[in-house]
Write a protein that binds this ligand. Structure first.
Ligand SMILES: *Cc1c(COP(=O)(O)O)cnc(C)c1O
Length: 365
């Protein structure tokens, strides 16, 4: 049996008719960049996440970059974030001219450890970017408190966490700015690249709206230095259709995760730890085990696709070498692996993952 890590073809079969109508409307309108479909989707996603303003942009990476640009963060500034994330979180900071300052993670949730943030704050620190890794929110209350105390902006990297909740608040709605990615493999994925920035500040929303269209402030007038970071209307049309299914899909991910948690209880692994106040959306279902590479080899040989997010932490990447020592991050990069948890998994596939895991640990004893 084959169990892929993601199965967008099965998902497409299920929503094909609606998607085709939605894309066709965009083609008939010949309005491909921003426009009505994008505005409609911006309203829908703002309502879903319970935020006042949402601005559609070209990708999750641009959402981060535009957020930093909107705050006028640049050369000489420092921005605190985690080294256990996708590279875009950090290079968005570097592209503005600012320096990412890494803080080690919590060993249970893999998210930035709030207790280690204050010691990294200097008079150059301008912002903190917590990442809601794998679909579970970082511990936001202490982070927001530090933000208040030192007058730092909080930008949530909620690229992996649409629909996740922290103490009843939606991922992306808690900081000064929240960034979401609609890359095809994300829990809400488009048919190409796009993203959104969310904020309660009208001033920041307006700045990002100008920055995403080359910094334009009226025809042929450019008061700001911007980029081409617009959202594509075809993506907005697809995402409007898919948003209606998101809660169901996230529920199914949670059910798959609960099934794994129960059946893996006897195995020598750590299943995902979820803080009591968190509603996890399982972008990835990540387990921890000492002989991780052996387990991966076994599962892959049995047709189960598994992957490591992320095998090389950012402070060990060539572009960020010599940026500190992060022992917890390094340990987790060696011991964690993601198993298929997507909502299109069949019962047979789920059972097969469980039996294969049980067989591996029987043989390992
Ligand atoms: C996917 C992702 C991004 C980048 O989003 P894109 O839409 O691919 O540009 C940024 N941060 C994290 C944590 C991500 O997972």
């Amino acid at each position: 049996m084959k169990v892929p890590l993601i199965d967008l073809i099965s998902q497409y079969r299920y929503i094909k008719d609606e998607i085709k109508v939605a894309i066709d409307e965009v083609i008939e309108s010949q309005q491909f960049c921003l426009g009505e479909k994008v505005e409609q989707f911006e309203d829908e996603i703002a309502e879903y996440c319970n935020v006042k303003y949402s601005v559609g942009v070209a990708s999750g990476s641009d959402a981060l970059l535009l957020s930093l640009m909107a705050l006028s963060i640049g050369y000489g500034d420092e921005v605190i974030t985690t080294p256990f994330t996708f590279i875009a979180t950090a290079y968005a900071i570097s592209l503005t001219g600012a320096t990412p300052i890494f803080v080690d993670i919590d060993a249970k949730t893999y998210n930035i450890n709030p207790n280690l943030i204050e010691e990294k704050i200097t008079d150059r620190t301008r912002a903190i970017i917590p990442v809601h890794l794998y679909g579970q929110c970082a511990d936001m209350d202490p982070i927001l408190k530090i933000g208040n105390k030192y007058n730092l902006c909080i930008i949530e990297d909620a690229a992996q966490a649409i629909g996740a909740e922290y103490k009843g608040r939606k991922a992306g709605s808690m900081g000064d700015l929240g960034c979401i990615s609609f890359y095809p493999s994300k829990n809400l994925g488009g048919y190409g690249d796009s993203g959104v920035v969310m904020t309660k500040s009208e001033m920041l929303a307006n700045r990002i709206k100008a920055l995403r269209i080359h910094g334009e402030g009226g025809k042929n007038y450019y008061p700001l230095l911007g980029i081409n970071g617009r959202m594509d209307a075809i993506q907005a049309a697809v995402l409007s259709v898919k948003l209606k299914y998101l809660d169901n899909w996230n529920d199914t991910r949670r059910k798959n995760a609960a099934f794994y948690n129960a059946t893996f209880a006897d195995l020598n692994i750590m299943t995902p730890y979820v803080d009591l106040w968190n509603e996890h959306v399982y972008y990835q279902y990540v387990i921890r085990t000492e002989n991780r590479d052996n387990l991966m080899g076994f599962l892959n040989s049995k047709g189960i696709e598994v992957r490591v997010y992320y095998p090389i932490p950012l402070h060990l990447q060539g572009c960020y070498s010599n940026s500190g020592n992060f022992p917890i991050t390094e340990k987790m990069a060696k011991e964690t692996v993601a198993l298929p948890v997507h909502p299109e998994l069949t019962k047979e596939q789920r059972d097969y993952v469980v039996v294969t895991m049980q067989n591996y640990f029987k043989e390992a004893i």
